[in-house]
Ligand binder design. Structure first.
Ligand SMILES: Nc1ncnc2c1ncn2[C@@H]1O[C@H](COP(=O)(O)OP(=O)(O)OP(=O)(O)O)[C@@H](O)[C@H]1O
Ligand SMILES: [Mg+2]
Length: 242
């Protein structure tokens, strides 16, 4: 493996403002002395280095900060502390549940995103190839994405993100919502991408899937990395949480 760091996360902390009173109206704002908003630390001093060609698994309970970490690495969230250096390109946004335009149809989303990423596309991807991989019917692809089931959204998002010829693939539980046939096909495609020497960040609640793809992993607990290293060992630590 080429030992060049493609992603370097140093001392990264992310906090969000949270409100536990539900809807907060203008009246509340005027009459209440105390703001219901509290800052909550979601990622706490995260340090990770990912090398070119490495597949890193990210595991942890619901709410431990996995998706926030991916979004921060992808530049969607700006950390309050620390730095992130990325020496490569992503096709991340779709794989982490953002980037699809819900009012547009599946076909329109594919066209839009191909146009956006098209110049980097060296694999001859086309609307036909992407729609074929997604196995969504013409009828579904002609519907606005807001009418899709979550599995259909995952199929579309994953098919578009795979079509992008980027250095880093980010996968956030996309396999969890697809049906068995699509999961198997995605795994095949992920292996292929891995064989091409690309870097993969793989979030999953299924240790067996993590072990199939990743040689190393990190375990997040309450926004901190509690374990990092060999994927098998980390998956065992993860299983012990339950
Ligand atoms: N936009 C936001 N505003 C406030 N809090 C948020 C926001 N997004 C996430 N959080 C909080 O950050 C924490 C971590 O969320 P995150 O989605 O990163 O967890 P996760 O590990 O991906 O969980 P899951 O396994 O359920 O996908 C949770 O407590 C969540 O409530
Ligand atoms: Mg998540």
């Amino acid at each position: 493996m080429n030992k060049e760091a493609i992603i370097k996360v140093e001392g990264v902390s992310v906090s969000f403002w949270q409100n536990n009173v539900g809807v907060y109206s203008l009246k509340d704002l005027i009459t209440k002395r105390k703001s219901p908003f509290k800052s909550k630390t979601i990622l706490n001093n995260i340090n990770v280095e990912v090398f070119r060609g490495q597949s890193l698994g990210i595991v942890g309970r619901n709410g431990s900060g996995k998706s926030t970490l991916l979004r921060t690495i992808a530049g969607i969230i700006k950390p309050q502390k620390g730095t992130i250096t990325v020496n490569g390109t992503f096709a991340p946004i779709l794989a982490i549940g953002a980037g699809l335009e819900l009012e547009l149809t599946g076909y329109e989303n594919i066209s839009m995103l191909l146009a956006l990423y098209g110049t980097k596309n060296s694999q001859g991807n086309s609307i036909e190839k992407i729609s074929e991989f997604s196995e969504l019917t013409d009828e579904v692809l002609a519907m606005p994405v807001k009418q899709y089931s979550s599995g259909m959204v995952a199929r579309l998002a994953f098919s578009i993100s795979l079509a992008n010829d980027s250095d880093i693939l980010i996968i956030d539980e996309v396999l969890a919502v697809g049906d068995q046939g699509f999961q198997a096909k995605c795994m095949e495609k992920i292996y292929e991408i891995k064989r091409q020497g690309k870097t993969i960040l793989f979030v999953s609640h299924f240790p067996d899937d993590v072990l199939k793809i990743c040689e190393t992993a990190i375990l997040l607990e309450n926004g901190r990395i509690t374990h990092a290293g060999d994927a098998k060992e980390i998956c065992n630590n993860y299983k012990k949480l339950f």
